[in-house]
Design a binder for this molecule. Structure first.
Ligand code: TXA
Ligand code: MG
Length: 326
């Protein structure tokens, strides 16, 4: 799907004059501003209610443009970008001076990404520079995967929302820090550790979700993140006997992978696809469907402990608490 040229021209004009534009990417919708304009970038933080200590990803149209915003461009960065861009991989590299401190929360590094969506690429080409864009949701809420979700989150605080249909990947990009001694995954996502190791050899991963007391080097690691407003719990498949579709007469919602007939059916049950890419594509919309419908709680079945489910498990862990055992 591509957008009408006059709409892209208008969107690029809004970015140039310091405004905010929401746009589709293959992962989730982004809330964009000119990454070289401090006031514009501050408006993103205000619209989201995001703490200014959490850095933003800068989106560009291609590798050549990325290099303009990086102080160093290593062979590893070049190889990864050549293989994965446009695509769901964010590379953290030393930043060039043009990227303002508001984007990077004062760090001397910047996360750069070329998104794989025709509307995003048209916008980035028309704009010509770097567009700082976090996911287009209120801080700590579920990321939007349709233009309608963006409207629900940010109506009134964004000048224009470009509609590019539902996102095909559905969860955020993999964030890879290339400034560490060993390249380190700060956030799992659309590109897996195995896929990165195939190119780089050794790759480290920040151990799971950071604890509430540990300073996270990528603030996406704070434990409760991407959360629905309804209390949400995760359960292992073997715990399904403990999960009820109602509590004290109020329905509970469920996202399940195993056979439906093993549950009583009082509350809404969403059967999730047993395939990581399809599950990812569906996850945030499913959470939104269940959220805000007066449910007592949402219960999510944890997918198998296999590498291909790592990014999905990460998002579920951040969105939920473990099942209370008492
Ligand atoms: O798929 C995505 O990455 C989406 C789309 C819109 O591109 N964007 C997104 O942005 O998820 P946001 O702001 O919600 O998440 C950015 C993540 C955060 O975990 C942030 O801490 C990390 O990237 N990050 C950004 N710049 C960083 C830097 N310089 N150093 C370490 N982590 C960084
Ligand atoms: Mg986000």
């Amino acid at each position: 799907m591509s957008a009408r040229p006059e709409l892209i021209g208008r969107a690029a004009g809004i970015l140039r004059s310091g405004g905010l534009v929401a746009f589709p990417t293959e992962t989730v919708y982004g809330l964009g501003a000119d990454a070289t304009n401090p006031e514009a970038v501050r408006r993103i933080f205000a619209a989201k209610g995001r703490p200014p200590t959490n850095p933003l990803i800068a989106h560009v149209a291609d590798i050549e443009t990325a290099k303009r915003y990086a102080a160093e461009w290593s062979d590893a960065a070049q190889t990864l970008a050549a293989v994965w861009w446009p695509g769901p991989l964010t590379l953290v590299v030393r930043k060039a001076a043009a990227i303002v401190a508001e984007v990077t929360a004062g760090r001397d590094t910047v996360g750069l990404r070329v998104p794989n969506h025709p509307v995003a690429l048209e916008l980035l080409r028309a704009f010509g520079g770097a567009v700082a864009a976090p996911s287009a949701n209120r801080s700590n809420r579920v990321s939007p995967t349709t233009a309608e979700h963006v409207l629900q989150e940010l109506a009134g605080s964004v000048e224009l929302i470009l509609d590019g249909g539902p996102c095909s990947v559905g969860i955020e990009s993999t964030v890879l820090d290339l400034t560490a001694d060993v390249p380190t995954i700060l956030r799992p996502g659309g590109v897996s550790r195995g896929q990165l190791e195939a190119i780089l050899g050794r790759v480290n991963e920040r151990g799971g979700v950071a604890s509430a007391t540990t300073a996270a080097s990528s603030p996406g690691q704070h434990p409760v993140h991407y959360a629905p407003t309804t209390p949400a719990f995760r359960f292992e498949t073997w715990q399904r006997g403990l999960v009820r579709s109602e509590t004290e007469g109020r329905p509970n919602g469920m996202l399940v992978l195993s056979q439906l007939n093993e549950f009583d059916r009082y509350g809404p049950i969403i059967a999730m696809p047993n395939d990581p890419p399809q599950y990812q594509r569906r996850l945030y919309a499913a959470l939104r469907e269940l959220d805000g419908t007066g449910l007592r709680a949402i219960y999510i079945e944890v997918p198998p402990y296999r590498p291909e489910w790592a990014a999905v498990r990460d998002r579920i862990v951040r969105a939920t608490r473990p099942l209370p055992t008492s």
